[in-house]
Write a protein that binds this ligand. Structure first.
Ligand SMILES: [Zn+2]
Ligand SMILES: [Zn+2]
Length: 213
């Protein structure tokens, strides 16, 4: 098994971190949150010779899921996640796109498989535990790789901030519970990539994130 690598392609006017997780040796991998700019994502995949086996979604917001169906058609792979509680968001991506004035092709998304707490998803030898972390969105999931001490946290937690909770289905108390009861207990040494801006480590967020102290 090769090392777990991650490449980031910023997509959409929201500069969302579309993330390509892949094995450094055999170059199999997945795309997490293809929110848009699908041609750029495809160029990154082809440019690095990565064999994509699935699309994983953290939640149903436009900047994370808006390009999922177009990318699925281009790659011929399944869309996996998020939790089914985000189905109403995924059913309304086209209206989200209109509301935010987003250009390009956005299609409502029908995942091939929704996820629930405690399931495992994988590519190659890399396994990720699924943590259901509502608050920013009702069906938000986090992908946690115990061996690599790595988590993709989407819009739950940011470096020095947390996800907004003023969108439909947002719940501030639930978001804080998700972070404090599910993410931080995984350990201070867990590195994370998030949906916007730089990632970090849970320990630094536990000590210094003004929304958590
Ligand atoms: Zn979001
Ligand atoms: Zn976002």
């Amino acid at each position: 098994m090769g090392q777990l690598n991650a490449g980031i392609v910023p997509v959409t006017p929201f500069q969302q971190n579309c993330t390509i997780l892949f094995d450094a040796d055999d170059k199999t991998g997945v795309v997490v949150d293809p929110g848009g700019d699908v041609q750029q994502i495809l160029a990154a995949i082809e440019g690095n010779g990565i064999k994509i086996t699935a699309i994983w979604l953290t939640h149903g917001h436009i900047d994370h899921a808006g390009g999922a169906m177009e990318l699925k058609d281009a790659l011929g792979v399944d869309i996996i996640g998020p939790h089914e509680a985000d189905r109403p968001l995924l059913d309304n991506l086209e209206s989200q796109a209109q509301r935010f004035g987003l250009p390009g092709e956005v299609r409502n998304c029908v995942p091939d498989r929704f996820l629930t707490e405690g399931e495992t998803v994988s590519f190659g030898d890399h396994s990720f535990e699924v943590l259901h972390c509502p608050g920013h969105a009702p069906g938000h999931v986090v992908y946690y790789n115990r061996d690599a001490k790595f988590a993709h946290v989407g819009d739950v937690l940011f470096h020095g901030s947390i996800g907004r909770t003023d969108l439909p289905g947002g719940d501030h108390a639930a978001l804080i519970r998700s972070i404090k009861e599910k993410l931080l207990p995984l350990g201070d040494d867990i590195g994370f990539i998030c949906g916007h801006g730089p990632g970090g480590r849970f320990g630094e967020e536990r000590r210094n994130n003004p929304f958590l102290v």
